[in-house]
Ligand binder design. Structure first.
Ligand code: DX5
Ligand code: ZN
Length: 218
């Protein structure tokens, strides 16, 4: 089984001091930095683009896990690769050519991830499972931090864990993850926990990350 990793989402950070926020979560014990890219079209919110991502990349040597909530994604894959992404994850729902998008990410020398919305079944990724390094299960409808975890995500995590079998693929969960549900999420088969509000709340990043990690260490 793969190691448990905590990936704070900088969507919940103070954008006025994004570099400092990334340094702070790095020092507080984050394993990865989860970067949410939103285009106001695929999701009803806008975050930031590759130039901002490139500037904050300099603040940490940790893995930058880039979650693209944009459609189309293909025209921007190279920009995010050049901006310093380590993993680039595209949505099943973002376009008709998921296979091409994943090929393009690997051709750029980056790890490829695939993600599905709560309304999209686990079976939607069967045809591409051998093309990915990471599968991300959304446990909220993407667009905003601070939403409640959707319990049916647990069944989907179990189904995808079975689909992965012995492949060296990380299984990540994003949306409403807290210390209170981390054990359920890990028990269902996830090994990478994204957390935005649960990490940044109250400014106690180290304690918050440790609480999620301890709860998930089952
Ligand atoms: C939602 C984003 C998430 C979000 C998580 O569209 O993909 O990464 O920032 O935030 P919390 O942990 O607050 O649900
Ligand atoms: Zn995300």
């Amino acid at each position: 089984t793969r190691p448990l990793l905590i990936a704070p989402s900088i969507l919940a950070a103070d954008f006025a001091k994004l570099g400092d926020e990334v340094r702070a979560i790095d020092a507080a014990g984050a394993d990865w930095v989860h970067v949410d890219i939103m285009d106001g079209h695929f999701v009803p919110n806008i975050s930031f683009g590759p130039d901002v991502m490139k500037s904050v990349r300099a603040a940490s040597k940790k893995v930058f896990d880039v979650h693209l909530m944009i459609s189309p994604a293909d025209p921007y894959l190279e920009a995010f690769a050049k901006a310093g992404a380590d993993i680039i994850t595209v949505h099943v729902e973002a376009g008709p050519h998921l296979h091409r998008s994943l090929q393009a990410i690997r051709a750029l020398g980056k790890k490829a991830g695939v993600v599905m919305n709560p309304g999209t079944p686990a079976s939607s990724i069967e045809s591409v499972i051998d093309m990915v390094d990471l599968v991300l299960v959304m446990s909220v409808n993407p667009g905003f931090g601070g939403q409640a975890f959707i319990p049916s995500a647990l069944d989907k995590i179990r189904a995808i864990r079975a689909m992965i079998g012995g492949r060296p693929i990380d299984l990540e969960v994003d949306g409403g993850v807290t210390a209170a549900n981390a054990a359920d999420v890990v028990r269902a088969g996830a090994n990478v926990l994204v957390a935005g509000s649960a990490v940044f709340k109250g400014g106690q990043y180290k304690e918050n990350i440790a609480a999620i990690r301890n709860a998930g260490a089952i």
